[in-house]
Write a protein that binds this ligand. Structure first.
Ligand code: COA
Length: 332
């Protein structure tokens, strides 16, 4: 990478809506139990956005916190990773930019569902590498509670709402915080494994209300998630010339604690390297990796100098990984 053209993490922000819904509360309206949800997923509670709070609102909060953490609100571009944009059209990123007082900058959405944050990092890194932007705000934000059928016990307990963000600045590849190799993949043949069938351009309306909600083949998704995340993690380690033993913290997409544990096991990573905040957030889709980074910084388990492996998997299917050395950055 040309000197000065690497993307370097310069700020970190998180935001969760205040309303906590624990497993017992869910069990009052759904045929499930705290015990089932905890043992099958590791989730104890999740945050749910109020009816009048949207993805844009969450993204503005997390983005503002990341800009504060970076110590400057100067950015040339905003990339929003989301699959729950406020409207089907237009994209939500320009509204987020305006909400942050940044009207005029380049702003667009990236939709790679739960892998969205990694795809957005790659996109922002490309803007920096190409000399198009010097500083980019990357936000992952989703309100997946809106996509879940309140009567579907196979999806509702798993998801939560939230937003997380980083500021990337142009810098050098050997600096702490510089993004290492990035590995991204997709397989549209398996789109039906996790899908909201109606509401998009192919089927604008449906007589079947359930078509507007997420349907998921959980067990198959579980299998693909473990295999693809491990595969992609190995790819970036190999490209970086590093070994699993070099990884201090594994920050995987928080979909299910058992997926994180199984992936770590496949990689030969000890469990104490696994960052897991899913117990209190659930699966927050594109927000999950930056939220996990922020939580790990707050509780002291992620420290400057740690080698961090980030890996995600999501609907699409999509998956990918990247590496970095954690810089001296704290959540704003
Ligand atoms: N409460 C109680 N029982 C439930 C339940 C719930 N919330 N959800 C499913 N069950 C039941 C099923 O009906 C089934 O009952 P049966 O054996 O009588 O038929 C049983 O529990 C086992 O269901 P199954 O779906 O096989 O469980 P699982 O161990 O695969 O766990 C998931 C289900 C969804 C937790 C798991 O498959 C998973 O996490 N998949 C990945 C999902 C994911 O990560 N999605 C996002 C990707 S980014």
């Amino acid at each position: 990478m040309q000197k000065g053209h690497s993307a370097v993490v310069a700020g970190l922000g998180a935001w969760l809506p205040p309303r906590v819904v624990d497993n017992d509360e869910l069990s009052r309206s759904l045929d499930t139990s705290d015990e089932w949800i905890r043992t099958r997923t590791g989730i104890r509670e999740r945050r749910i956005a109020d009816a009048d709070t949207s993805t844009v609102d969450l993204a503005v909060q997390a983005g503002g916190n990341a800009l504060r953490s970076a110590g400057s609100d100067v950015v040339d571009a905003l990339v929003l990773a989301t699959s729950t944009a406020d409207q089907l059209c237009p994209a939500s990123a320009p509204q987020v930019a305006s909400g942050l007082g940044l009207s005029g900058i380049a702003a667009f959405d990236v939709n790679a569902v739960c892998s969205g944050f990694l795809y957005a990092l790659a996109t922002a890194g490309g803007l920096i590498a190409g000399g198009i932007a010097n500083r980019v705000l990357v936000i992952g934000a989703d309100v997946f509670s809106r996509l879940c059928d309140p009567e579907d016990r196979s999806t509702l307990p798993i998801f939560g709402d939230g937003a997380g963000a980083v500021v990337l600045r142009a810098g050098d590849a050997d600096e702490p915080g510089a993004l290492g190799p990035i590995d991204l993949h997709s397989d549209g043949e398996l789109a039906d494994l996790l899908i909201v069938p109606a509401g998009g351009a192919r089927q604008r309306v449906s007589a079947e209300p359930h078509d507007y909600f997420l349907t998921m083949q959980g067990t198959t998704v579980f299998r693909h998630a473990c295999a693809r995340m491990a595969e992609s993690a190995r790819t970036v380690l190999e490209r970086a010339g590093q070994d699993v033993a070099d990884v201090d913290r594994f920050v995987g997409h928080q979909a299910n604690l058992r997926i994180l544990q199984a992936t770590a096991k496949q990689l030969g990573l000890p469990e104490d390297r696994v960052v897991a905040n899913i117990a209190r957030t659930g699966n927050t889709s594109a927000a999950s990796i930056p939220l996990a980074l922020a939580d790990a910084c707050e509780d002291g388990s992620l420290r400057p100098g740690h080698r961090v492996l980030m890996t995600a998997f999501g609907a699409g299917l999509t998956w990918g990984s990247t590496l970095l050395t954690w810089p001296d950055v704290k959540p704003g």
